[in-house]
Ligand binder design. Structure first.
Ligand SMILES: [Fe+2]
Ligand SMILES: [Fe+2]
Length: 295
């Protein structure tokens, strides 16, 4: 099956997707045009007051560790740069479109906390290993499980049952999803990213955040970004198993993590191999303690 057929199959299964918020489409379009200045970008974002407030909260959160208060969108654009702010806009808009704050399931509640933890961890790993991403770390971490959000919204109890079986029988969730639907939540997330014309490096990081048969991190448009999200996701599951219980560490998961670390050995400042698990666990504790109220 080629990629477009696979994509169509996923879309057929999950049904109509929510439309991308118009501000996001406009910000994406504007930031692709090199001749567009900060004034124009900030004018478009400022039309959405709730979005502007969230961008300022994130800019002032511990994720960014700013020494000065970022009091205006203009200042955020100057200090963080247009690309970083664009990625924050994309991340929070897509997350808000898909996440149901009123859902009464543990999975929905856990997903927000888990996604913010993975976003913060990815950002922390980026700065510690000096990978120099510009917000791609945060957005990919925040959206990595958006396939779960869509499956939960569309299939409800049917999907929850699959998550419960994976948790309590120590089976790989992606395998169970593939048996039930023909695709995993990671593949569904990548399909959504393609439908919404999100950057390919983001779609690849979402698709590869778990072990995927026949695929390697090297296939990603930005392999290090995909590796960071994979490591951050695993560390988040270990640090905060959530009320659904810990994620099973299958042999495939361990292989996937080893592959990610091997790829990150060529980072400008790689973590020391013999105690990187402890280091990442301490980062997870730090992010959980300070950064999960970003928006
Ligand atoms: Fe996942
Ligand atoms: Fe996850």
């Amino acid at each position: 099956m080629d990629t477009s057929q696979h994509l169509q199959k996923i879309i057929d299964k999950v049904g109509d997707l929510p439309a991308m918020p118009s501000t996001v489409a406009e910000v994406l379009r504007l930031t692709q045009d090199m001749s567009v200045g900060m004034d124009e970008v900030s004018a478009v974002i400022e039309r959405d007051a709730a979005l502007t407030a969230k961008i300022l909260r994130i800019s002032n959160s511990s994720y960014y560790g700013m020494r000065q208060n970022v009091g205006s969108l203009k200042l955020a654009l100057v200090i963080l740069g247009v690309r970083e702010v664009r990625n924050i806009v994309l991340g929070i808009s897509v997350f808000d479109t898909l996440h149901d704050d009123n859902a009464d399931t543990l999975l929905a509640a856990n997903l927000k906390e888990h996604s913010l933890l993975v976003a913060g961890l990815a950002k922390k790993l980026d700065s510690e290993m000096r990978l120099n991403f510009q917000g791609e770390d945060f957005i990919a971490g925040l959206l990595h499980d958006m396939g779960k959000m869509v499956l939960l919204n569309k299939l409800g109890e049917k999907y929850l049952n699959i998550v419960r079986v994976a948790t309590y029988s120590n089976q790989d969730l992606c395998d169970l999803e593939r048996d039930a639907f023909g695709f995993s939540h990671a593949e569904a997330a990548a399909a959504l990213a393609a439908v919404w014309s999100l950057p390919a490096s983001l779609a690849d990081a979402l698709r590869l955040h778990h072990y995927t048969p026949g695929e390697s991190l090297e296939d990603a448009k930005n392999p290090k970004l995909a590796a960071v999200v994979r490591v951050a996701n695993n560390a988040a599951h270990v640090a905060c198993p959530g009320e659904e219980g810990p994620a099973p560490l299958t042999e495939e998961t361990q292989m996937a993590i080893d592959e990610a670390w091997a790829l990150l050995e060529s980072a400008p400042a790689p973590l020391p191999e013999d105690n990187r698990d402890e280091i990442v666990a301490s980062f997870a504790a730090e992010v959980s303690a300070t950064g999960l109220d970003a928006f």
